[in-house]
Design a protein around this ligand. Structure first.
Ligand code: DGL
Length: 281
């Protein structure tokens, strides 16, 4: 079931501390905007008994062009909201916020499961090693510039060529609901043209990007692997909930609720549309 609600900063929902760690408590999922719904879809598919509260910070999107300190501050505000609501776990459904804030947030809340997402470079490199060709990683400027990404490359790249391709306009196109618009396709064609001949794997390193996967598939053709990290996040959340005895009972049917910092209901309606969108293969 899908319900919607708004989350104005002046009306926080509080809950008793005993609920905070119960199996029935909700899981908070957030992103700079509506992109994290691509992760939420995987979470719900893997864990249908859980209740999820999704928060999109569309009023402050994009995060990917902000300094890391600002992204950390915005993430801290959202996490405090979620804690006031009594969530039992938090998923940072944003590669950019994971790079800039996951480490500090985990240090601040050591008892709370806080999961993040990072570009799926490892499986992409493994695929390129098997079939030949290059890896292209599309992500925000901030994600690609962070030391976290440099370390990830150092660990997994080996001799496989990996191209870093920031796609700053893409977040705004998805936030505007233009997933399949001609301007989106034009933008992506020009961005990817230099790599089309050699690419065997395309990593979607920003959670907004899976929503343009049908367009990307048309551009790169059927044989290129298009991959994102959301499946790994869902499996890790499952593992952590089980290990901490926090998993919802199998008799429960989970609910999903959407909130957004943007005024009006445009982003809430877009959230619902994206949540039900078929992302193809
Ligand atoms: N969806 C986000 C990510 O995964 C961030 C996009 C942005 O706000 O720049 O990186």
């Amino acid at each position: 079931m899908t319900a919607t609600f708004s989350w104005p900063s002046h009306s926080l929902v509080s809950s008793s501390s005993s609920a905070a760690h119960s199996q029935l408590a909700h899981i908070g999922v957030f992103d700079s905007g509506v992109g994290g719904i691509s992760v939420l879809k995987q979470l719900v598919a893997h864990l249908p008994h859980e209740n999820f509260d999704f928060f999109g910070d569309s009023a402050n999107a994009p995060y990917g062009t902000r300094p890391p300190e600002q992204v950390l501050h915005l993430s801290e505000v959202i996490v405090r909201h979620f804690l006031d609501m009594g969530v039992k776990a938090i998923v940072i459904a944003c590669n950019t916020a994971t790079s800039a804030a996951a480490h500090d947030l985990r240090a601040q809340y050591p008892d709370l499961p806080i999961l993040g997402i990072e570009p799926a470079v490892k499986p992409a490199v493994e695929h390129a090693r098997r079939v030949g060709g290059d890896v292209v990683v599309m992500a925000t400027q901030l994600t690609l510039a962070e030391t976290k990404f440099a370390r990830l490359l150092e660990r997994v790249q080996g001799s496989v060529p990996v191209h870093k391709v920031p796609a700053p306009q893409l977040v705004e196109l998805v936030e505007a609901g233009k997933m399949d618009a001609p301007e989106t396709e034009r933008y992506l064609r020009s961005l990817l043209a230099p790599y089309l001949a050699s690419m065997s794997s395309l990593v979607l390193g920003c959670t907004h990007y899976p929503f343009v996967k049908p367009v990307l598939r048309r551009i790169v053709g059927p044989s290129v692997q298009i991959i994102d990290g959301s499946d790994g996040v869902a499996r890790e959340l499952d593992r952590q909930l089980q290990a901490r005895h926090l998993a919802a009972p199998a008799t429960q049917t989970g609910v999903v609720r959407f909130a957004n910092s943007a005024p009006g209901d445009t982003q809430i309606k877009l959230s619902d549309r994206l949540f039900h969108m078929d992302l193809g293969r």
